[in-house]
Design a protein around this ligand. Sequence first.
Ligand SMILES: [Zn+2]
Length: 143
Amino acid sequence: MFRDKMVRFFVGRNGVDQLGKATMWLSLILMLATMFTHSAVVYLIALAMLGYSYFRMMSRNISKRYLENQRYLQITDRIRPTLNRIENGIQSFVRNMSDRAAARKYYRFYKCPGCKQKLRVPKGHGKIEITCRRCSAKFIRKS
Ligand SMILES: [Zn+2]
C-alpha cells in the first residue's frame, strides 16, 4: 500500500539519484558538524543542502536533473569507489548495531573467564552452567 503510494507519488518526478544521495549525505554530515561547531553558517548550509536534495527529488524537470547527475558522476568519477566504500561501511555499521540490539532481547552475552571467548546464551532460563565452546571451561551465570 505505502509502496504503491510512494511509487505513484514519484511518477514524473526525478526521485533520488546519485547526486541526490550525495547531497543528502552531505547535509547529514553538516548537521552533525553543527552539533560540534555550533556554527549558524554550517547549519544554514546543511539546511540549504537538504532543501536542494528535496528540490531535486521532487523536480519534474527530469532531463535537467539527469544532466546535473551526469556532471556529478563525471566530476566524482575518480573518488566514487571510495565514496561507495564509505557509504557501504556506514550502512553495514548501522545494520550491525540494530542486529545486535535485536539479539540482546533474546540472548545474554558473556565472556569465558578462561579464554575470553564471547558466548551467547538464551535469556530466561535462570542460573545455568555455561560451557565454553572454545576451551570447554564451565561457569555459572544467570541467563
Ligand atoms: Zn573459553
